[in-house]
Design a protein around this ligand. Structure first.
Ligand SMILES: Nc1ncnc2c1ncn2[C@@H]1O[C@H](COP(=O)(O)OP(=O)(O)OP(=O)(O)O)[C@@H](O)[C@H]1O
Ligand SMILES: [Mg+2]
Length: 319
């Protein structure tokens, strides 16, 4: 398959001949039929919640195939929404997607459509980001008191389930306590999602550790399928849904370099007059190239194979 392997044809905004349902910061979601969605990862890149004006070649492909790589390992352990990622299989199931194949192949997942649970299931194994802010302010995480004297980026043992409500567009997710989660979802579902989230996080953390990557924290989403079963949805254990820290640069007491976005952050830091609100500054060619290379490096470091040599996994059997 030669599609999108050249690195050309980067996509800022997809335009497929399907009903468009949702556009996030990175992904575009389309309806394929009543029970099926196509989730297309564009090559958009954001920093400080602001989308940059230029696409990063192969970034969407990396994000989609990292999710597929994890889902293949979770297959049989955790029920999930991924039906197919191999473009041949997707076209076989939905022949009308053949004509637009070049626009979506390798960057898209065919998934079972669900009714998403309205709580984002975050697990934190290290204290960083909004959790560090909450702790500094009030000594708590997800409303629960933590030991005194923790330092930024310190390991949390055991990891902590710290859910958040899904924000409306343009707003930030809001961290909530476990008892608020229980009120929203009911005790049984809340407990189930907490246990599942811990289990998948621990699995991901241990795998990442063998690649000298610290999986500092991550966010899962779940949804109810047509039969009412709760399944894992969305992207899984990607650099967009998680903090991946290179082990060799880890030190407690400060923020950590980012395995994926560091070239972008470093360049943005050189700008004195951008106030971190839209419009984004125009990315120079060499910065776009550096970010693209970095994402491909993350794929190789995590999976052990290059993006071009990766054999696309298959899921389930019958449609
Ligand atoms: N199997 C599924 N069934 C139904 N909805 C799904 C499924 N998988 C993922 N989703 C939803 O699709 C959307 C994906 O959008 P995306 O993550 O790109 O944007 P977002 O979450 O709105 O914003 P952000 O850019 O901040 O992540 C999410 O709302 C997610 O809950
Ligand atoms: Mg999202």
């Amino acid at each position: 398959m030669s599609e999108s392997r050249s690195g050309e044809g980067a996509v800022l905004r997809s335009e497929l001949p399907l009903e468009f349902l949702h556009g996030g910061k990175v992904r575009d979601v389309y309806e394929v039929d009543e029970d099926t969605l196509l989730m297309v990862a564009s090559d958009r890149v954001s920093a400080f919640d602001v989308i940059m004006g230029r696409p990063v070649p192969r970034k969407g492909e990396v994000l989609t195939l990292i999710t597929a790589w994890w889902m293949a390992q979770l297959d049989g352990r955790v029920s999930h929404h991924l039906l197919a990622v191999d473009p041949d299989v997707i076209v076989e199931r939905h022949p009308r997607l053949a004509a637009s194949r070049a626009q979506w192949a390798r960057r898209s997942m065919l998934v079972k459509r669900t009714r998403p649970v309205l709580v984002e299931c975050v697990v934190r194994g290290y204290i960083s980001g909004s959790a560090w802010k909450e702790y500094r302010r009030s000594g708590t995480l997800a409303g629960e008191p933590l030991p005194k004297g923790l330092q930024e980026s310190q390991r949390l043992d055991p990891p902590i389930f710290s859910p958040a409500t899904k924000a409306q567009e343009g707003e930030h997710d809001e961290n909530i306590t476990f008892s608020q989660t229980r009120e929203i979802l009911g005790a049984e579902l809340a407990g189930r999602l907490r246990d599942l989230s811990h289990e998948i996080y621990a699995f991901g953390r241990d795998v990442a550790d063998t690649r000298d990557i610290i999986l500092a924290d991550t966010k899962f989403e779940f949804g109810h399928d047509r039969d009412g079963e709760v399944i894992l949805i969305d992207e899984v254990l990607t650099p967009d849904s998680s903090r991946f820290w290179p082990k060799e640069h880890y030190a407690v007491g400060r923020g950590q370099p980012s395995l994926d976005k560091q070239p972008l952050r470093d360049w943005l830091d050189t700008l004195v007059d951008w106030d971190k609100t839209p419009p984004a500054p125009p990315l120079p060619d060499d910065v776009v190239a550096a970010i693209s290379t970095r994402y491909q490096d993350v794929f190789r470091r995590l999976t052990g194979v290059s993006l071009d040599d990766y054999a696309l996994p298959h899921f389930g059997e019958t449609p």
